[in-house]
Design a protein around this ligand. Structure first.
Ligand code: PLP
Length: 441
């Protein structure tokens, strides 16, 4: 069983006393018809009949992406060849796309760059942050995180800690303020802002303040935040952040990730992967490393131009919401969709052993709903996929459904819960075909 806090399907808490979002499918259709964000869906090439609730794992293909990538391949690469590094702006693409992502996470222009993967960026910023924290006080030897953090985040932190004679200490979320209050030995606090499995949001500003009061720095992973929930890195006084390009930013499989450093830190240290693209003057080909000014030093090697072009198209789909209210409007719709889904699951699946394990309180819930079931969670997700409702399974017992308000509506949400109800009521999930565990869940 999962160790996450779970709420049973019985009515509970003030959150569930709010009036229902919609109690009929017709009401959902009416909400879709008047949704000011509905036109944003036309930006996406979603296969007919599919209800895609996995944009938190791999965002859908924007309509603009194939033509843009074809243009980069055929024209910029095919015709322009090496000249395109200058003529087609390839050298500036990581910064240009970074500036666009910055608008979604409360960072300023020139502060955020696209590079490498989330895992590699974590290594870079954890290393820089550790060096800064320990330069100020070498006695600080502890990196604090939580046991439910995403595994790569923990593995990277653990290996970095080992290299520096430090330790990684995992503290359950409720215990973090108390641990930081006696944090004279703590160098860093590193957390994923929205937990990938439970969907629970950490209070970035409060935890950052507690870390700073202890003399520690913070490193935030925005993999499930950027493009999903409003983030205010400056408002929270955060120190470093990384995030993912292929989830809510719709950058495509393996899209490059991003990295941000607060301007107060960015030039205090350079990152450990001192590659030539992070050098102040790469084309001087000098033997010694001189880090570039600003966030550019967090690049390492040659940027992946085809992937970057696709990522820029994906980021543009989120920015297209700016004239319609931006992240605040997306957030309001996302909260309504996730609450509707939890309500419908409660209404239609009671007695089938499913519990809602993502927070019911809006301020604590990211853009996903997670259900847990002791038995059959994987098979239930497979049965839903066979019906054209795509969610995913996270071991050992979680069914995870991501709601991307750019392209998911109220009727989709209603229908997804109906499919789940049918999978449970008919016992369809028990069929042999749904039991075989594949490599990617
Ligand atoms: C998706 C995700 C990652 C992915 O890291 P990669 O380097 O792209 O494989 C890392 N951390 C968190 C919290 C994630 O959700």
């Amino acid at each position: 069983m999962t160790t996450m806090p779970s709420s049973s399907l019985a009515p509970r808490s003030s959150a569930s006393q709010a009036p229902p979002i919609a109690t009929t499918r017709e009401a959902c259709q009416a909400l879709d018809a008047t949704d000011p964000l509905a036109p944003l869906r036309a930006q996406f090439a979603i296969p007919e009949g599919l209800i895609y609730l996995d944009g938190n794992s791999l965002g859908v293909l924007p309509v603009a992406t194939p033509a843009r990538v074809a243009q980069v391949v055929q024209h910029e690469w095919g015709q322009g060849l090496i000249r395109s590094w200058n003529d087609a702006g390839w050298m500036a693409l990581a910064q240009r796309t970074g500036d666009k992502i910055a608008r979604l996470v409360g960072a300023g222009p020139g502060e955020l760059v696209v590079a490498d993967s989330t895992s590699v960026n974590l290594f870079k910023v954890l290393s820089a942050a550790l060096s800064i924290a320990r330069a100020d006080d070498p006695a600080r030897r502890v990196i604090v995180s939580e046991p439910g953090n995403f595994p790569t985040d923990l593995y990277i932190a653990e290996s970095l800690a080992a290299q520096h004679g430090c330790t990684l200490e995992l503290v359950p979320a409720e215990g973090l303020p108390a641990r930081l209050a006696r944090g004279a030995d703590v160098a860093l606090l590193t957390l994923t802002h929205v937990n990938y499995k439970s969907g629970r949001i950490h209070d970035m500003a409060t935890l950052t303040q507690a870390a700073h009061a202890a003399g520690a720095l913070t490193v935030w992973d925005l993999a499930h935040s950027a493009g999903a929930v409003p983030v205010d890195l400056h408002g929270a006084q955060a120190d470093f952040a990384v995030g993912c390009g292929y989830k809510y930013l719709n950058g495509g499989p393996g899209a490059p990730a991003f990295v941000w450093a607060h301007p107060r830190h960015v030039e205090r240290f350079w990152q450990p992967l001192a590659g030539w693209i992070g050098h102040a003057a790469p084309f001087e080909f000098t033997p010694g490393y001189r880090p570039a000014p600003g966030i550019t030093r967090y690049q390492c090697g040659t940027p992946p131009i085809l992937s970057l072009a696709a990522l820029e198209c994906g980021v543009d789909t989120v920015l297209a919401a700016e004239p319609l209210g931006g992240m605040a409007a997306l957030r309001a719709k996302s909260l309504a969709l996730t609450r509707l889904f939890a309500e419908r699951v409660e209404a239609r699946c009671a007695g089938h052993g499913l519990s809602v394990v993502s927070p019911r309180e809006d301020v604590l819930r990211g853009s996903q709903v997670c259900l847990a079931r002791a038995e059959g969670a994987y098979a239930i997700v497979q049965a839903l996929i066979a019906r054209g409702v795509i969610g995913d399974f996270r071991a050992p017992d979680v069914l995870r459904f991501g709601f991307t308000p750019l392209y998911i509506g109220w009727t989709d949400t209603w229908d997804a819960a109906e499919h789940l109800a049918q999978v449970m009521a008919t016992g369809q999930w028990r069929e042999d075909a749904f039991q075989q565990r594949r490599a990617v869940t």
